[in-house]
Design a protein around this ligand. Structure first.
Ligand SMILES: [Zn+2]
Ligand SMILES: [Zn+2]
Length: 325
């Protein structure tokens, strides 16, 4: 019997990208038996409802939103009003207030005591998730997140890394994202396509600059650096985020990512998130911690159960873009 069938059913973690790209970003992190988080709400209420339904979820499963930054593709004013009606907590950085305070929905959330500030320190979200903000280089104060599920019984926590909207990366960012189970990284553009895009020279310079967006090549090198720091039973899934529709193609981004993954000799499922539909929708089961008393599971590669369970969960979804190196 495979180890993954022994795992308690209420311990899985769902990570679903509901939309990714310059026309709107949001992702769901939900642990079965608890409540979930949305990372960003850059989709309007109707679209967000549809995307949640498409991954078998809805607002009743969500207790908080964590905000990366205040660009319009990451926060939608009408969705802030939904949060007011549903009493959902918003976690943002204090430096985000300046641009948020003009918004009626934000003012209402603030008045109701539903706005919380994060700083450089990890915090506990209502659902028990441990959230570690990671400062990024982008115009305006911007953060990525390392989110850890609640470890229960003899299983370890599941880690999700989410890094989008970032012009250049650093060793400390790679440190913060080591040993996650699901790694989301911005693969924004192909440099040649960006240069030939016909956009204004100022916009091209901004996107290519250190405070703009990560190219496929930059992102792949960041992934290499994270994998170097990670044990071999971690990072079962790599999710490519915020692909430019004009200056990138999923196959180019996947190609760059796959080369790095192949260099490391690891077995990692690579998914290119899109603007639409919601994709990927991953169900990740926790590893059991080492159990000396159970010789049946001793010696089995610890990454195996995790990959097997997850790929089974995603393989039934339409529009699936999987790459097995
Ligand atoms: Zn963005
Ligand atoms: Zn941005």
């Amino acid at each position: 019997m495979g180890g993954w069938t022994e795992v308690e059913p209420d311990m899985t973690l769902q990570f679903a990208v509901l939309g990714s790209g310059s026309r709107g970003n949001s992702a769901l992190v939900y642990q079965d038996g608890g409540t979930g988080l949305l990372i960003d709400i850059g989709l309007g209420p109707r679209v967000l409802d549809q995307r949640l339904a498409s991954v078998r979820s809805d607002w009743s499963r969500i207790s908080a939103v964590v905000l990366t930054h205040t660009h319009g593709d990451h926060i939608d004013p009408a969705t802030l009003q939904v949060m007011v009606r549903r009493a959902i907590v918003l976690y943002c950085h204090e430096a985000h207030r300046e641009s948020l305070e003009i918004d009626q929905g934000f003012q209402d959330l603030d008045r109701l005591g539903l706005v919380r500030h994060y700083d450089g320190q990890p915090f506990l979200a209502p659902s028990g998730f441990r959230v570690e903000p990671i400062p990024l280089r982008h115009d305006g104060p911007t953060f990525g997140f390392r989110i850890e599920s609640v470890a229960r019984r003899r299983t370890r926590a599941i880690g999700v890394g989410y890094l989008a909207d970032c012009g250049s990366w650093s060793e400390s960012m790679a440190d913060s994202l080591a040993d996650v189970d699901v790694l989301g990284v911005e693969f924004n553009h192909d440099v040649a396509m960006q240069k030939a895009s016909g956009r204004s020279p100022a916009l091209i310079a901004r996107n290519l600059g250190d405070w703009g967006h990560l190219s496929n090549r930059q992102a792949a090198e960041l992934v290499r650096s994270i994998l170097k720091r990670s044990s071999r039973d971690r990072v079962g899934h790599l999710v490519l985020l915020h692909l430019s529709e004009q200056c990138n193609r999923p196959e180019l981004a996947i190609h760059e990512a796959r080369e790095v993954v192949q260099d490391t000799g690891r077995r990692i499922l690579i998914h290119a998130a899109r603007q639409t539909p919601a994709h990927p929708n991953l169900i990740v089961r926790p590893h059991r911690t080492v159990n000396q008393a159970n010789p049946a599971t001793a010696g089995r590669p610890r990454g195996w159960a995790h990959l097997r369970a997850s790929s089974a969960a995603t393989a039934t979804l339409p529009g699936l873009k999987l790459e097995l190196p």
